[in-house]
Design a protein around this ligand. Structure first.
Ligand SMILES: [Zn+2]
Length: 270
C-alpha cells in the first residue's frame, strides 16, 4: 500500500525538519540538533541557577580564585564566538570528585575534584574537557536525542516548564550536570573522546602541560572501587581514554611548547 497524500506531506515535512536540524562539530561530525543555541543557553543558565540554590557554593575565596584562574586561561583560547559567553565559574562544596559545564557558559567544579587533581595542570584537564563538551554542543545533541526518543515531548514544552521535576532531570541529565541532582547519565564514548582530545589541545594552547591529562586519568583509575570518583561513573572506560590521550600528545605537546615560548604561563596557585 502506498501512503495517502497527507501521509506523504507529513513525511516530507518531517524530513525537512530533521534536515534543517542537522549541525556539525568543530571537527566536522554531523549532529542532530532540535534546539538552537539561544534556547539551549537559556536552559543552561536556568539549570545553573537551580543548582546554586540546591547545592552549597563554596565560600572559600582562595579556591574560587584558583579555579577561575584556570578557567580564564582556558576560555581565552576558545574560538572567539565561545569567548563571548557570559562565563561564570563556581566551586561547589561536595566531596564527589566531579565537574561540569553548561551551555550559556556556566562551569561548576566540586571541592572533591580539587582534592583529586594534583596540580593546576590536572585541574585544567578537567575544566578543558568540560569546556570542550560545551563547544561541541554535546548537551544540545544529547537533549535532542532524548526528545526524539520520548514521543510526545517537544523542546518548547520542556524548556517552558523547567521547574517540573521530570523536565529538570531531563535537562540536567542531558547537560551533564545530572550527577549533582542524582541522575547519573554517562556520556557516549564518541562525546567523551571528542571532549578528551579537544580539552587536551585547549589546555596545551593555554600553557598547561597536556601530559598531565594522562596523569589525572591514572589517578582516577587508581582510586577505583567503592571510593571511585563520581566523574568515572559518568565518564566511563578509563583505560581506552588514557591510550587515546597518550596518542594525542603528538599534537598537543608542540602546541604546549609554542604556548610557553609565546609566554603563556598560567601561574594559577591553589
Ligand atoms: Zn565528559
Amino acid at each position: 500500500m502506498f501512503p495517502s497524500k497527507p501521509g506523504l506531506t507529513l513525511l516530507a515535512l518531517a524530513v525537512a525538519v530533521l534536515a534543517s536540524a542537522c549541525a556539525s562539530t568543530p571537527t566536522g561530525r554531523s549532529q542532530v540538533m532540535l534546539v538552537g543555541d539561544r534556547e539551549m543557553n537559556a536552559m543552561g543558565i536556568e539549570a545553573f541557577s537551580q543548582l546554586k540554590q540546591e547545592s552549597r557554593v563554596s565560600g572559600n575565596t582562595r579556591q574560587q580564585r584558583y579555579v577561575r584562574c584556570i578557567a580564564d586561561a582556558l576560555i581565552a583560547e576558545l574560538p572567539a564566538e565561545w569567548q563571548e559567553l557570559p562565563w561564570e565559574i563556581e566551586v561547589f562544596q561536595d566531596d564527589a570528585a566531579n565537574a561540569f559545564a553548561l551551555p550559556g557558559g556556566k562551569v561548576g567544579v566540586n571541592t572533591g575534584m580539587l582534592q583529586l587533581a594534583d596540580s593546576a595542570d590536572q585541574l585544567a584537564a578537567v575544566v578543558g574537557h568540560e569546556l570542550a563538551h560545551v563547544m561541541y554542543r554535546h548537551g544540545a545533541e544529547r537533549f535532542s536525542q532524548q526528545i526524539l526518543a520520548q514521543t510526545g515531548l517537544t523542546v518548547a514544552a520542556v524548556a517552558a516548564n523547567m521547574q517540573a521535576p521530570e523536565n529538570a532531570q531531563l535537562i540536567m541529565g542531558a547537560l551533564g550536570a545530572g550527577a549533582q541532582v542524582g541522575v547519573l547519565l554517562p556520556f557516549s564514548r564518541k562525546h567523551e573522546t571528542e571532549a578528551d582530545l579537544e580539552g587536551q589541545r585547549l589546555m596545551a594552547r593555554a600553557g598547561f602541560d597536556p601530559a598531565q591529562s594522562v596523569a589525572l586519568w591514572q589517578r582516577m583509575q587508581d582510586q577505583g572501587g567503592a571510593r571511585a570518583p563520581t566523574f568515572l561513573s559518568t565518564h566511563p572506560n578509563p583505560g581506552g581514554r588514557i591510550q587515546a590521550l597518550e596518542r594525542e600528545l603528538a599534537i598537543s605537546r608542540p602546541l604546549y611548547q609554542q604556548a610557553r615560548a609565546a609566554g603563556r604561563v598560567p601561574g594559577c596557585r591553589p
